[in-house]
Design a binder for this molecule. Structure first.
Ligand SMILES: C[S@@+](CC[C@H](N)C(=O)[O-])C[C@H]1O[C@@H](n2cnc3c(N)ncnc32)[C@H](O)[C@@H]1O
Length: 207
């Protein structure tokens, strides 16, 4: 009961707030404008990427997220920005789209929260066209031993508070082992952000 109330009324606002810092928005601006054609945004959340879309490049957007509350928030942003979007209220482990239909998969700060990431990436690959691009920006495991130690210590509690978000995922390793070809990869600690949650990986991959 308390968990349900927290997930419905507190968590969506908390995620929206934590994911809209200046350094994170700076990251969004580096990758979101690269999305084009028919786009699948995985874990669209409250729609914080939408203002960064290059509207003239969009044919259609599918916004996928298991949280109805977050999709409702994203819907309002989409209406304000007049973005042509359909919502898929579901986890990425099952994507209700036909195979080979997506030109761009956009995923930001979400791979950390998907319970079965291997299954989700298999589904994502299924819906991507052969020449589709996968553009990502994620936080994950830091390069420094001392920070990793704290990431591992804090992760169990963090995950409970932040909707299953894990702060110690090796993003490039996950993409490589799931058969993605990483074409560009940048990484750094975000400024003005605690190091345990601020190590970012961003770039582009193909299948
Ligand atoms: C930290 S939020 C990031 C939201 C958004 N991508 C952004 O950049 O602001 C993590 C998101 O992952 C979503 N999520 C959780 N489980 C998921 C799953 N199985 N498949 C897809 N998204 C999921 C959550 O509902 C939430 O919207």
């Amino acid at each position: 009961m308390i968990k349900k109330t927290y997930e419905k009324y507190v968590l969506p606002k908390m995620l929206d707030c934590c994911c809209s810092t200046k350094p994170i928005n700076y990251q969004r601006n580096k990758i979101v404008p690269k999305a084009s054609g028919t786009i699948l945004e995985v874990g669209i959340g409250s729609g914080l990427n939408m203002p960064f879309y290059q509207k003239s490049e969009i044919k259609k957007v599918y916004g996928l997220d298991p949280s109805e509350e977050l999709c409702d928030m994203a819907k309002k942003t989409a209406q304000n920005l007049e973005i042509n979007i359909d919502f898929l209220i579901n986890g990425a482990e099952e994507i209700k789209l036909k195979s080979d239909t997506i030109d761009t998969v956009l995923i930001t700060y979400t791979m950390c929260s998907i319970p079965n990431i291997n299954e989700a990436l298999r589904e994502i690959k299924r819906v991507m066209k052969a020449d589709a691009k996968f553009i990502f920006c994620e936080h994950g495991i830091a390069p420094d031993k001392n920070i990793i130690k704290w990431q591992n210590r804090i992760n169990p509690l963090w995950s409970k508070l932040f909707g299953g978000c894990n702060i110690n995922k090796d993003i490039p390793e996950i993409l490589n082992t799931n058969g993605f070809k990483i074409e560009s990869l940048d990484q750094m600690y975000l400024p003005s952000t605690p190091k345990i949650v601020g190590y970012n990986y961003w770039g582009q991959a193909t299948i």
